[in-house]
Design a protein around this ligand. Sequence first.
Ligand code: NAD
Length: 509
Amino acid sequence: MRNIDHLIAGTAGIGGGRTADVFDPNDGSVQARVPLGTAADLNRAVAAAHAAQPGWAGTNPQRRARVMFRFKELVEREMDALAHLLSSEHGKVIADSKGDIQRGLEVIEFCCGIPHVLKGEYTQGAGPGIDVYSMRQPLGLGAGITPFNFPGMIPMWMFGPAIACGNAFILKPSERDPSVPVRLAELMLEAGAPEGILQVVHGDKEMVDAILDHPGIAAVSFVGSSDIAHYVYRRGVDAGKRVQAMGGAKNHGIVMPDADLDQVVADLSGAAFGSAGERCMALPVVVPVGDKTADRLREKLIPAIAALRVGVSTDADAHYGPVVNAAHKARVEDWIQTGVDEGAELVVDGRGFSLQGHEQGFFIGPSLFDHVTTAMKSYREEIFGPVLQIVRAPDFETAVRLPSEHQYGNGVAIFTRNGHAAREFAARVNVGMVGINVPIPVPVAYHSFGGWKRSAFGDINQHGTEGVRFWTRTKTVTQRWPDGSVLPGGSEDGGPSRVQDAFVIPTMG
Ligand code: NAD
């Protein structure tokens, strides 16, 4: 049994307090124990962060970027080990686990260019003898609270930009798969981040509340489910912090009658069922336009779903592995029952799936529903499992309206060969990230990630220049250097100097 520890500068040793079990989802066993920390643990981390941060902020940005370069090398060196560790706690297959780390690493690559991105603005001669310049300064200490489903990528989304900008950072990862976040923090230290600049505290609501209330923490970035995101947003803002809080999702894939259905089915196999559907950018709802399109799509989906291989997360041929824990498995299966009770047609039932030799693992087979309607609770809420719902739309207008009116607005995709329809859809749909023939439109690291409506609270996205904006604040300096020298003909000791007119409200007329 492994004991996973906090990573608080200068201290070690698991406290005597509450702990949580970390499972191996492949066989249902408990493989490790993680402490559920308290405000006292957080206080130690905050003190260490405050001691380290001014020196780090005073380190020139090129040197800070060099730590990012080195960190990238170290993570690449350890990619296999990190992917196996991630897979063993989360349950996603190795290829997906590598993708999880790689997508985070791409944010680190962006951070290697932080000196360029942090450059401020300058106006020479904004008024007579007046220049104005602005600079972006770090906030001090930031914190990140992350979900279980991307234990590599999402911590890096946050701590990369925060630290590159000169902040110290405290990470509170999901207690369900906390080992990779700890390992990443160790690698940051090895890469040259000073002790105290990146620390990891574990815990549940008690630790989250301590972070939200702590006056020494200036900003909080959260990713998780929507109700908790909303709670974190409200409580953090109440405490005077800057908060960005990303929530849940129910992404729709619109299939126009002219779409290449074989391509759509191949895309859906990965986007709806990959990672057992535990992705905030999964496509769990497909909206064929017209009954004929729906019938043709359904006919092709059934054999494609039958061909999906569910296996242990280290099985190189498996499309997806188990879900994260027994409670989540039960919740997904409950949603399937809800769908049946609400009158949706369960075309493929993934419940009761058992993998030989791994009967205690948290596996769920793929499920397909047809004739799902907007009135159904199983449509309105996030299921977060390997379940695909077909919602038939009679026309394009309805297809635009469905994702636009849904409570979540994270991602959406349209599959079509018609550029005009795609362009129109992208412009009008009320969702934050749009894919055109791209099933999972997660923006690259130098753009930014963020949904709309109940998929995100706060107004600044993750990573890219938006991330830099979140982790810094603007200071604007207006300067003039009046000529204080003596007037020609005056003498050194007492001649009149060139005093300018009294400086009143600086209009630049
Ligand atoms: P979760 O909301 O259960 O947990 C997220 C974090 O909040 C964890 O660190 C957890 O310890 C903490 N937490 C849990 N309960 C809490 C409480 N009552 N009070 C305060 N903090 C609490 O989410 P999860 O199950 O780990 O992750 C899956 C969810 O995250 C899904 O809804 C998914 O859509 C969402 N997600 C969203 C994005 C996005 O960018 N929009 C990305 C990934 C995941």
